[in-house]
Design a protein. Structure first.
Length: 744
């Protein structure tokens, strides 16, 4: 942790009078520019839309950037009254320089604020550092650059032989090449050189991923009316999805010439290659009938055949049914009610496994020297008996609008049950594998979704539109695979015993965070193995410091799933002027603040400023008597002559997960947009048809008790179902946009 500034200056007169704010200094102001141009037109027989767009972005992390250039063409051709065709093509080139934000902030945590982190390079090109890694030097030299060329296209053909029958066929292609290059220079070998840890002896890596997906869909639709009361639609279809992903690369380590990023310049070469193929074929049908436009019934069924499961489990069927009743079309309602609709539905969704989850193959052995090859068991133990997972969902909803649609709501209640969920669980190393694919058990979700719409004010020139969205979900794990008491599906590192895990335990909700905790005094009563009783006093050891419970006791410290989610949108319009605001909120959930764990260890957190103080910790001794022993919180020998070693925060506080699982509830002003559309009369006699300008601010305000960067931070990729770990990722940026639209 180190001494205070005043003490440091007494020990070293060269110590600066003020510390640097290196967490602020290390980041930069980002910039983004986007230009788009679109054309549309056509005749009765042919219509088209084309556009081109270019984006350049300079990131807030030093030496990071991104660019995107895209071109698009959509066309529809009416060949005759019965035949039609269409095409859409989209080409995108994107890429830039990236750096690991988690690693950047972790390095900042180790950096001493005595030193200017922005002074990262010496005149000879080596890293300027007092001893630890300089994160800006890392971002400047440890590089990952990508170049992605992607094409998405599709063709469609339609034939309407009769007024009641329509045939449609669509085929689409999504393909891209993703080329990535990783580089880092090796040491120069000059006197006094400090080598950035992650750069090692220098390296170069060249990687390519080739992705190709084809989607083919045929649909036949028949519409008939039966008398004046009934209308019916029948749809039959076939879908085929075929995907192939091939990736390969070579990593060269220990560069001979320190900054020549050429594979033959590397002493050690390691190659990797992967090929994954997947195919899913589906047959589906939908039948719908309505009675007098107020009663609607829809039935669907789909049968999929997948390449990722073995026979007979590779073919599975799932149906759905929905019924809706529009009161307002059937009966006379009071004049202030405009529409009332009741919805009931049941749907089953089937899902297959990842590629090769049923097979236990071999993987290349990457630890061998250059010139040697070998294979070993793959990490995954396949399961030939894997079954598809199913989710059954029941829904009931009511929609109503009032007062000429100026007030309305949409209420939905749902109940879903997921069975045979496919997950990869950790297995004992004695099996020769790391993970095994299994059907895990059952999970239940139930909740509500509410949408409120209102137009509080509406005049000839001024309108106020408002929308409130609210949802709440409750989850419970009903069972897991037979023979298992728990399944650990995620973990994140913490110092000296403060690592946390996320587990599936029957009877508990999904999203629970488990970790180490302070020992409580129970006085002979039975202790709950999962829940912490915070009303119980903490046990204080003979040394005067709180006692951590044995690491074998991992209890629930929080849950990463919010109790409720909400959004509130308001739009105020006056003639051509419009102001729109969006507030978002997530409430009633917790996250593990890994950065807070490091801050405790390094004396960065505000609460560690008392480390020169004495304290009597509130709690009881092992026999239940109150603790009265005074201890010093600092490091080394205290004023009382006792050697306290690394001090309270490094010896005790940072090693207890309980201290770093925090309330992550938040409310934020997600966006605020002011726009103005110029009056059309200004363009009556010129080639410009319309024009508008908009000013937008994103992430302008945040309220939260969370002490980390941002409660929305996540150290897992976008779309992951692991939401309990914040890691070191930087927060969502506050951005300001100016947008100009001109139509010709």
């Amino acid at each position: 942790m180190g001494p205070r500034v005043e003490q440091a200056r007494q020990l070293d007169p060269t110590h600066p009078e003020r510390l640097y704010n290196h967490f602020e200094d290390a980041y930069e102001m980002g910039h983004q520019f986007r230009n788009s141009l679109s054309f549309s037109g056509g005749t009765e027989a042919i219509t088209f839309l084309s556009s081109i767009s270019h984006l350049t972005h300079e990131g807030v992390l030093p030496f990071t950037d991104f660019s995107n250039t895209s071109a698009r063409l959509n066309a529809e051709v009416k060949i005759s009254d019965k035949f039609r065709t269409g095409a859409n093509f989209n080409y995108v080139n994107s890429g830039g320089a990236r750096y690991n934000a988690d690693r950047f902030n972790e390095s900042l945590s180790y950096w001493s604020p005595r030193w200017d982190v922005t002074d990262y390079r010496k005149p000879d090109g080596t890293m300027n550092s007092y001893g630890n890694n300089n994160p800006i030097y890392g971002a400047a030299t440890n590089r990952l650059e990508d170049d992605v060329n992607r094409f998405i296209g599709g063709l469609s053909f339609g034939y309407t032989p009769t007024s009641w029958l329509d045939l449609t066929y669509r085929i689409g292609l999504d393909t891209y090449n993703d080329d990535r290059t990783r580089t880092a220079p090796g040491p120069l070998g000059v006197a006094g050189e400090r080598v950035y840890e992650d750069n090692g002896q220098g390296f170069v890596g060249e990687y390519t991923t080739k992705f190709r997906a084809i989607n083919s869909t045929f649909l036949a639709s028949a519409n008939r009316s039966f008398g004046e009361d009934f209308n019916a639609t029948l749809r039959l279809g076939h879908e085929l999805y075929d995907r192939r992903v091939k990736s390969f690369g070579v990593f060269g380590n220990e560069l001979t010439v320190h900054d020549w990023f050429f594979l033959p310049n590397a002493r050690l070469l390691t190659s990797t290659q992967d090929l994954r193929e997947y195919r899913l074929m589906g047959l589906f049908a939908e039948a719908s009938v309505d009675y007098r436009d107020f009663l609607f019934l829809t039935l669907t069924g789909r049968n999929d055949i997948t390449s990722t499961l073995r026979k007979p489990n590779n073919s599975f069927f799932y149906p759905s049914a929905s019924l809706s009743y529009v009161f307002s079309e059937h009966m006379e309602l009071p004049s202030f009610i405009n529409q009332t609709k009741l919805r009931l539905s049941y749907a089953q969704i089937g899902k297959d496994a990842e590629e090769y989850a049923t097979s236990s193959g071999f993987a290349s052995y990457t630890g061998l020297p250059t010139g040697n090859t070998g294979f070993t068991r793959a990490a995954l133990l396949g399961n030939v008996d894997l079954r598809p997972e199913f989710t059954d969902t029941y829904e009931a909803g009511l929609e109503m609008s009032f007062l000429n649609n100026r007030l309305g709501f949409d209420f939905t209640y749902y109940y879903s049950l997921s069975k045979d969920q496919i997950i990869n669980i950790a297995v004992a190393s004695t099996t020769g594998y790391v993970r095994a694919a299994v059907n895990s058990g059952e999970m239940r979700n139930k909740g509500v979704e509410i949408v409120l719409n209102a137009v509080p004010v509406q005049t000839q020139d001024f309108t106020w539109d408002s929308k409130l969205i609210f949802s709440a979900n409750r989850n419970k794990i009903l069972s897991i695979r037979e023979g298992l008491e728990e399944i650990t599906y995620a973990s994140q590192f913490g110092y000296v015993g403060s690592t946390v895990t996320m587990k599936l335990i029957p009877g508990q909700p999904y999203g629970n965070i488990y970790g180490s905790h302070w020992q409580r005094y129970y006085g002979g009563t039975e202790e709950d193995p999962l829940f912490i009783d915070k009303d119980r006093p903490i046990v204080i050891g003979e040394n005067g410091f709180p006692v951590r419970a044995p690491l074998t006791s991992q209890k629930i410290l929080g849950n990463s799933m919010p109790d409720w989610i909400g959004g509130f949108t308001n739009t105020f319009s006056y003639k051509g002027l419009s102001l729109t605001s969006l507030f978002d909120a997530q409430w009633g959930h917790e996250k593990y603040n890994q950065m807070g764990n490091f801050f405790s260890a390094f004396g960065i957190a505000d609460y560690t400023e008392d480390r020169e103080d004495f304290r009597v910790f509130e709690g009881v001794l092992a026999d239940g008597t109150p603790n009265t022993k005074q201890v010093w919180l600092g490091q080394g020998v205290g004023p009382d002559g006792v050697d306290y070693g690394d001090g309270f925060y490094r010896r005790f506080h940072r090693g207890v997960s309980e201290n770093f699982v925090e309330d992550a509830s938040w409310i934020r002003l997600r966006s605020l947009t002011l726009s103005y559309s110029l009056p059309s009369r200004l363009f009556e006699n010129i080639f410009i048809r319309n024009s508008s300008v908009a000013l937008t601010g994103n992430n302008l305000w945040l309220w939260t008790r969370y002490s980390g960067f941002d409660p929305e931070n996540s150290s897992t990729p976008s779309g992951s179902n692991v939401t309990g770990f914040a890691g070191f990722t930087y927060p969502a940026v506050r951005s300001y946009l100016i947008t100009l639209n001109i139509g010709f």
